[in-house]
Design a protein around this ligand. Sequence first.
Ligand code: PMP
Length: 307
Amino acid sequence: MPSYAFFHNEFVPLEEANLGVMTNFFHYGTGVFEGIRGNWNGEKQRIYLFCLKEHYQRLQRGCRILKIDLPYNIDELCRITVELVTKCGFKEDIYIRPLAYKSSETLGVRLHDLESDFLAFAFPWGPYLPEKARCCISSWRFPGEVPREKLTGLYVTNALAKTEAADNGFDEAIMLTTDGYVAEGSGENLFLVKDSQLVTPASYDGILMGITRDKVMALAEAELGIKTTERHVDRIELYTADECFLTGTAAHITPVAEIDRRRIGNGEIGEVTKRLQQIYFNVIRGNNPKYLSWCTPADKKTPVTEV
Ligand code: PMP
């Protein structure tokens, strides 16, 4: 099935969306990206975009940091995304990659005196991690002094961590802060279950404030009566947790079976994790009327003015 991109203010076939080699963004990581999931609901025959607006709010925060003048406001970005997904017409789970970037074909390390542009494309994407992930603590630490938004250049540390983990036979890396506290996975936030309560690293641990993280905390409290404590988490606490799971747009809720070759709980999917997964997967596919406001349908049935 052909895929499309929104590129230079129009929809074009994906293969026609190409950037020149001198584009500033390529050389200095001067871009901000997002990852948005479109979840296919077979019964309703439509795709639901999860937390569309929140993703563009975060993109906008990143753009402020990198002095990128986004040529569209948040409502326009949401409408562009719905139109893109409708045009693609996929009938399966998809991933949307919006990118705001310094588009001038000009070299020189700076943020000023450069043009900005925005692009987005969508493609079918199934599970990002295995059903149960085997993780290790990374030797790569995320630099503490840099802002935690989705700035493309910052992801080189995460890529180093992920490949170190893969080279050592693991599925995912867990990164520590420069102080040695647990921060997050290379593309996910992390939760522990301890005595039936949830614990997760706090914003002051330099994590990306994940949208899935936020929704999982809300669902745990509203649907299971489980509160989450946001605090420093020690590496050793990981080894003795009752359960551990990762959250992210790509990874959804992925149970962690093992960390540094130590089994978490009995190595199977824990009870709290399982219940949260059930609730969450129902919500993101638009099957729970209570949380439909978190989901934007993207198909010809949705008038774009309603997005
Ligand atoms: N941390 C990092 C480093 C990430 O790249 C992501 C994925 N965006 C997350 C956490 C999870 O964020 P979200 O739930 O908003 O996708």
